[in-house]
Design a protein around this ligand. Structure first.
Ligand code: ATP
Ligand code: MG
Length: 156
């Protein structure tokens, strides 16, 4: 159930968001949305994306997580109103070790692997991950699309 995975990731990062007095909003209109997935890897993807949203958004900022069920797929949308990503950097953002250059990345720490790992995992699940962003405008929006299955099938 993708909602459980999202909830678990949100719960793990709630304290970090609270420490920056950020508003963390999680919404889903359906209780059960099943995806055939490696649960731990999928949670890792969400932790990577959510920790970016927290890290690259100022104090008092807003982070929204929305799970939307479509006909045969589900979309997880993570939106922040943070510093955004310059247009020229967007095409390279999923490359290993790529970080938007500027003093900002250096002082915030990190290796530049989070997004490349996320993309690798999502694609191994036959899904897609896209990032929309404009620097100094509406922040960043990450959209994860995954195919759904009809019912839950627990393997672990
Ligand atoms: P790591 O995740 O390995 O700790 P990282 O966060 O720098 O390090 P990625 O998660 O791969 O690496 O992100 C790559 C770069 O994309 C970041 O350095 C940052 O410049 C930019 N970025 C990612 N997410 C956001 C976001 N939500 N808002 C603004 N910039 C972002
Ligand atoms: Mg990261």
């Amino acid at each position: 159930n993708i909602n459980d995975i999202v909830k678990s990731a949100v719960l793990k990062l709630e304290v970090s968001a609270k420490n920056k007095r950020q508003h963390f909003v999680h919404t889903s209109y359906d209780d059960e949305i099943y995806v055939f997935a490696d649960k731990d890897k999928m949670e890792q993807v969400l932790l990577n994306i959510l920790s970016n949203a927290i890290k690259y958004t100022a104090e008092e900022g807003k982070i929204e997580v929305q799970v939307q069920l479509k006909s045969s797929y589900v979309q997880i949308i993570i939106r922040d109103n943070g510093i955004g990503i310059p247009k020229e950097d967007l095409p390279r953002i999923f490359e290993r070790f790529y970080r938007v250059d500027k003093a900002r990345s250096r002082e915030m720490g990190g290796t530049g692997l989070g997004l490349s790992i996320a993309k690798q995992i999502i694609e191994a699940h036959k899904g897609a991950i896209e990032i929309f962003s404009e620097e100094k405008k509406q922040g960043t929006r990450v959209v994860i699309t995954l195919p759904t299955t009809n019912e839950g099938l627990a393997l672990n």
